[in-house]
Design a protein around this ligand. Structure first.
Ligand code: ATP
Ligand code: MG
Length: 407
């Protein structure tokens, strides 16, 4: 991508109404645009980051045999009335909208009900099970507070996965596979060493659910961890009774704040029962389908990565999610001509700052945007047939032969 040709511009100042670091930096660097509180647009750079994160999640979920779909955002109240979840008393974050012909629709805050209803058409026998379905979809939630940038949106991108089984053992098997996939996902996006599987309350059928919490000063959740982080619990379950089950007590724990980037639930029959998702087993008896559900807040995850790695100069993207790997600057007539050559054929990897601007401004923007490597080609570096490469994370600069540049 050529910076001279994109419509986005970096901003000197953070917008006044943006108090969250992730929101301010992502806005200044031209990744997102704020429509209103809790509602953001993703610009070309931001969309590339989002797509990179999605692709990592997609790869890991496909590896464990899940299939991707895309469900509707508009929801039929009748379906949700069957589980009691259309009422504003039960679920207080609905956005509801009126049909011009009369009647109300909801904008999906999550998808258990429509997912169960949809797969019902395709499940009748034990031979149809197990399977798992996921999507990347914009969810709508009328959150009371939305001051955390893209960490808490009123419209936000979620990955939601649902699995369907003939037995609790098979549900447990898949649950463990998702735990493995999640570990790899958080590792690959650069949060492996600060994201922990955390015990949370489980609801009706199982004792615990799990959250994935990234330790973050601005995280909205309070979590408790032991010495080596081998046991992490959220506030709801941090009590003497639960700790006794793990042979622990409160003394061994410290408190910190986390951002919930994902969670996994053993739903069992919570939705399959009221919505009538049944199968006939090998003995021809009718049984209820066992279910699990597994979420990741994709846009929140992007905000968490932004917060986690930022410094006083701007964003710092891990290579795996960065919109571009290289930020290319040519200085002087020969340097510029050579940069053009280097750019050709690598438009997907290189953000080429070919603008008519001062070098200092280009360097500042490369730092603000957080591109992993800045590559500078000047008349001087060309004397040794080299480019000067600076790592955004390390700040270290080295001369690299042009022939070796992308090796
Ligand atoms: P939270 O406690 O943060 O409100 P939640 O328990 O409501 O989260 P789920 O309904 O399980 O979350 O949604 C799955 C995932 O979606 C969460 O783990 C989180 O990462 C993300 N998420 C939830 N609400 C939001 C939001 N308003 N904006 C951005 N991401 C969100
Ligand atoms: Mg919530």
């Amino acid at each position: 991508m050529r910076l001279s040709q994109t419509f986005i511009k970096t901003l000197r100042e953070a917008p006044k109404d943006e108090t969250a670091v992730n929101g301010a930096l992502l806005t200044r660097a031209g990744y997102i645009h704020k429509e209103m509180a809790g509602v953001y647009d993703f610009l070309p750079l931001g969309l590339r980051v989002l797509e990179n994160i999605k692709n990592i999640i997609r790869e890991e979920l496909n590896k464990i045999g899940s299939e991707e779909v895309l469900m509707s955002a508009l929801q039929n109240p009748e379906l949700w009335e069957r589980t009691g979840r259309f009422s504003d008393q039960e679920v207080d974050i609905w956005f509801k909208t009126e049909l011009s012909a009369g009647g109300v629709l909801g904008l999906a805050p999550t998808h258990e009900e429509p997912m169960v209803n949809m797969v019902k058409k395709y499940v009748s026998s034990y031979k149809d099970l197990p399977f798992a379905v996921y999507q990347f979809q914009n969810k709508f939630r009328n959150e009371l507070r939305a001051k955390s940038g893209i960490l808490r949106g009123r419209e936000f991108l979620m990955k939601d996965l649902y699995s369907f089984h003939t037995s609790e053992e098979d549900l447990d098997r898949f649950y463990a596979e998702v735990e493995g996939a999640y570990e790899r996902i958080f590792e690959r996006v650069g949060l492996g060493d600060c994201t922990y599987e955390t015990f949370a309350s489980g609801g009706i059928f199982s004792k615990f659910s799990h959250e994935y919490q990234t330790i973050l000063p601005v995280g909205e959740d309070t979590i408790y961890y032991n010495d080596d982080y081998s046991l992490v619990l959220n506030k709801e379950v941090f009590n003497d009774e639960v700790l006794a089950e793990f042979g622990a007590d409160k003394s061994g724990f410290a408190e910190t704040t986390g951002a919930e980037v994902g969670n996994i639930f053993k739903l069992m029959f919570k939705y399959s029962e009221p919505l009538g998702l049944k199968f006939t087993d090998e003995d021809n008896a009718t049984q209820t389908v066992y279910m699990g559900c597994y979420g990741i807040g994709v846009s929140r995850l992007m905000g968490v990565i932004a917060e986690k790695y930022a410094d006083d100069k701007g964003l710092i993207w891990p290579e795996t999610v960065a919109p571009f790997k290289y930020y290319l600057v040519g200085i002087g007539e020969k340097g510029l001509a050579r940069a053009e050559e280097v750019y050709r054929g690598r438009e997907e990897e290189i953000l080429f700052d070919d603008r008519d601007a001062r070098v200092g401004e280009k360097f500042a923007d490369s730092e603000l945007m957080g591109i992993p490597y800045r590559v500078v080609i000047s008349d001087k570096t060309l004397e040794s047939d080299s480019a000067e490469v600076t790592g955004r994370l390390t700040g270290q600069t080295s001369l690299v032969k042009l022939a070796e540049l992308f090796k």
